[in-house]
Design a protein around this ligand. Structure first.
Ligand SMILES: CC(=O)N[C@H]1[C@@H](OP(=O)(O)OP(=O)(O)OC[C@H]2O[C@@H](n3ccc(=O)[nH]c3=O)[C@H](O)[C@@H]2O)O[C@H](CO)[C@@H](O)[C@@H]1O
Ligand SMILES: C=C(OP(=O)(O)O)C(=O)O
Length: 448
């Protein structure tokens, strides 16, 4: 168990490289189960806990998986099981994405029910509605969902009641080997859906319309392994952009695709942050006082819910009052209580938070209540007076590759220490010694 120690006050400058997208690589790894011939090579696969977890699921199913230097190979030619047990699905909801590929390829699958997680209840009714429409028989019992089909799944027209990312992905994967045509209406439009569709298409699938609200899939008999490079992580990119902005910094976020970050860029510009879109990334320069803005999360191309907490951290340093509305998940304001421990003034009314800008944030002991909340607390810690300790690092490790090291590279004072390590304002030197002993960090701290 570890925690991050952040000492506020440093301006971030320099270059930071974005890793491959967590939310792309997970469905793509699941889709590699569809490769009945050849081996899949997945490049720019970020070394995250979630990636390790889904690789374990695949191994359990009988696939041969290797992972070296951010390249995953999957040989799924022979599968021995169609069951994803509780042990893995409980660790990560996205394990549920193996359901579509297994059902369509093997005609039978049994997956542990993904538990409700902190940010909301996160039901899976839309995934199941899609499979049922394609002829699968679904049974729930003893904490598992079992799906069976007599022969191949059949293409169907499926209207999603909510434009769910996971349901669109699961149904799209299932449809690739179904008999006939599947049409997904009110499909999610996220860039990760397009990345998955591109991967499936290279495998031999026939998919049209990914990235729009209507996706059409013509089923084929067989898919094969291919070589694919995952898109850069837009949420990681956005997190660094906000970290740069809050410190009044000047940072080039290498690999960030501006097109995937439209609403984040627009909101930063509205706040007075200068954005320079370049061929291989985005430069963020913040040298003016920040203006308050209102933010409403929405499915893509709206403002991403996965950037809401980081944005809230930035709004705390703006001039004026901002209103943040969370419309995607019903319980994604848990960071508010943690921000309050840092002297933030935020009032929550239902799904709306009213954020008073200009707070004098003070370092405190806080806890990452979910992945992005963890990143947001670190961002707030970068400008807080004194030292902030962020525990709950297992959430952060699900989705950020070397977050502390990448921020250190931009000049931030941030370290990871073991949970029981006492760190006071002068304790950073000690913390860095611990890291060196553990062989985790190579960079020396720059004590302000
Ligand atoms: C691994 C991955 O890609 N995770 C992302 C994915 O999660 P995930 O795919 O789980 O999110 P969804 O798009 O499915 O969820 C969006 C909303 O739809 C609801 N819903 C979803 C499915 C369903 O069957 N019924 C239903 O009601 C959910 O409760 C939620 O309120 O998209 C979310 C929304 O952009 C992001 O925050 C997550 O980072
Ligand atoms: C909510 C997130 O991920 P997941 O769907 O994997 O929980 C996220 O990436 O912010």
């Amino acid at each position: 168990m570890s925690k991050f120690i952040v000492r506020g006050g440093n301006v971030l400058t320099g270059n930071v490289k974005v890793s491959g997208a967590k939310n792309s690589v997970l469905p793509i790894i699941a889709a590699s189960l569809l490769g009945e011939e050849g081996v899949s090579i997945i490049r720019d696969a970020p070394p995250l806990d979630d990636v390790m977890t889904i690789n374990k699921v695949l191994e359990h199913l009988g696939a041969a998986v290797t992972y070296e230097q951010e390249v995953i190979t999957v040989d799924a030619q022979k599968l021995v099981s169609c069951e994803a047990p509780y042990e893995w699905v409980r660790k990560m909801r996205a394990s549920f994405l193996v359901m579509g590929p297994l059902l369509t390829r093997m005609g039978h699958t049994r997956i542990s029910l993904p538990g409700g997680c902190a940010i909301g209840t996160r039901p899976i009714d839309q995934h199941l509605k899609g499979f049922e429409a394609m002829g699968a028989e679904i049974n729930l019992g003893q904490g598992y969902i079992e799906a069976k089909s007599e022969g191949r799944l059949r293409g169907a027209k499926i209207y999603l009641d909510v434009a769910s990312v996971g349901a669109t992905e699961n149904i799209m994967m299932a449809a690739t080997l179904a008999e006939g045509t599947t049409i997904i209406e009110n499909a999610a439009k996220e860039p990760e859906i397009v990345d998955l569709a591109n991967y499936l298409t290279s495998m031999g699938a026939i998919i049209r319309g990914a990235g729009t609200g209507m996706i059409r899939i013509e089923g084929v008999e067989k898919l094969h392994g291919v070589d694919h490079t995952v898109i850069p992580d837009r949420v990681e990119a956005g997190t660094f952009m906000i970290a740069a902005a809050i410190t009044g910094g000047d940072v080039f976020v290498e690999g960030a695709i501006a097109d995937h970050l439209g609403p984040v860029i627009s909101k930063l510009e509205e706040m007075g942050v200068a954005i320079d879109i370049q061929e291989n990334g985005v430069r963020v320069t913040a040298n003016k006082p920040l203006r308050s803005v209102d933010v409403k999360t929405l499915p893509y191309p709206g403002f991403p819910t996965d950037m809401q907490s980081q944005m809230m951290a930035l709004l705390l340093k703006s001039e004026g009052t901002s209103v943040v509305a969370e419309t995607v998940f019903e319980n994604r304001f848990m960071h508010v209580e943690q921000f309050s421990l840092m002297n933030a003034e935020i009032k929550v009314e239902g799904r709306t938070a009213i954020v008073t800008g200009g707070s004098n944030l003070r370092g405190a002991k806080v806890c990452a209540t979910d992945l992005r909340a963890g990143a947001a607390l670190i961002i707030a810690g970068l400008v807080a007076e004194g030292t902030t300790e962020v525990s709950g690092t297992h959430h952060i490790d699900r989705g950020y590759v070397n977050l502390a090291e990448k921020l250190q590279g931009l000049g931030a004072n941030i370290w990871r220490v073991s949970m029981d390590e006492e760190v006071d304002a002068s304790g950073l030197e000690k913390a860095s010694t611990v890291q060196e002993e553990l062989g985790i960090f190579k960079v020396q701290p720059t004590l302000a």
